[in-house]
Design a protein. Structure first.
Length: 330
């Protein structure tokens, strides 16, 4: 009964969304567990169940423009209300908040999708990375700014973006228009990669993903870059040309650095967005850290810059056979 009422009201909600960017969306009074159960019970296959979950979110959750603006289009989070004496898992708390508010930014869309899939017994993942949004296309914005999902159905992983499938923002970002876009549901990896670049490149689902042109201008900035409040970094270019034995100097500067800088040619294991950090915590002092990396492994393709136990930058390492190779930062 709830689903019929919710879907029947979608046309009215569409009109409401077009009226004002400041409008508060109606609360959706149902738990993620109950919602998932109602959504998937008519279906037999995982593919049908995923489609039902995906379409319900696109028809009933609106994009939170106010929150997106407050972060200047950097990666935004749907912070949960942690007032319960028993702390639930983060995804569950965020999903409950999104349903209660009826709106979300990309983080909330992705966490709600995963939570509903979890309750439906379907394996899925939250993917964080860079999306070509059309806003701030300069090199300084080549960083994590979006969240989407991967889902395991029919013995394979598939990519989808429930946020972008839900609608679009008008040119002057004055309002969210609900408009379903099927291009972001179970898209072919090569198509999805055109405007989605994951922090962990395995989630391109491509054997040899091509380089993005943004790497010619700047290294890829992880979500940890934003959390660490990095104000400057070196080298400035994202592709470094070097030969075996060359030394490459890295520098970062921030008001919130606490530990040493490290550069590795092996990606560290880092859980993404396990918990939220206090944005009002006092800084530990303005600092500039440096690290000199010596090229010893000529099979390395990437260099990861790690600060305060967070990955903050990734560079593409191009190895030259002769010792006259010139470093890109010179």
């Amino acid at each position: 009964m709830f689903l019929l009422a919710a879907i029947a009201s979608s046309a009215q909600q569409n009109a409401d969304h077009k009226r004002s960017k400041r409008q508060t969306m109606p609360s959706i009074d149902i738990t993620p567990e109950a919602l998932a159960r109602q959504l998937v019970i008519p279906y037999q296959t995982d593919s049908q169940k995923v489609n039902a979950i995906f379409r319900w979110i696109t028809e009933n959750i609106s994009y939170n423009l106010r929150k997106a603006r407050s972060r200047n289009y950097e990666l935004s989070f749907d912070e949960p209300d942690d007032t319960s004496p028993v702390l639930k898992p983060l995804n569950q708390r965020v999903a409950e908040n999104v349903l209660r508010r009826g709106m979300a930014v990309c983080d909330g869309y992705a966490r709600l999708f995963k939570t509903l899939c979890d309750h439906a017994g379907i394996q899925s993942e939250i993917i964080t990375g860079y999306a070509r949004t059309g806003m701030g296309r300069n090199a300084a914005k080549f960083s994590s700014n979006h969240t989407w999902n991967a889902v395991f159905i029919d013995s394979n992983w598939h990519l989808l973006d429930v946020t972008w499938a839900s609608g679009h923002i008008t040119y002057r970002s004055e309002e969210f228009i609900r408009s379903y876009n099927n291009n972001y549901f179970l898209s072919a990896p090569a198509r999805f990669f055109q405007d989605h670049y994951p922090e962990d490149i395995k989630w391109t689902l491509m054997e040899n993903p091509p380089m993005l042109t943004e790497f010619n201008r700047a290294p890829f900035r992880y979500s940890g870059f934003i959390k660490s409040s990095i104000t400057s970094y070196w080298p400035e270019k994202g592709i470094i040309y070097a030969a075996a034995g060359d030394s490459i100097r890295f520098e970062v500067e921030s008001a919130n650095l606490k530990k040493n800088l490290l550069v590795s040619d092996t990606p560290p294991v880092e859980p993404l967005f396990d918990e939220y950090e206090d944005p009002d915590a006092p800084p530990s002092g303005y600092k500039k850290l440096s690290y000199t990396y010596t090229v010893t492994n000529t099979s390395s393709e990437w260099l990861y810059v790690i600060c305060d136990e967070k990955i903050i930058l990734r560079y593409k390492l191009e190895i030259k056979e002769d010792q006259t190779a010139r470093l890109s930062q010179n």
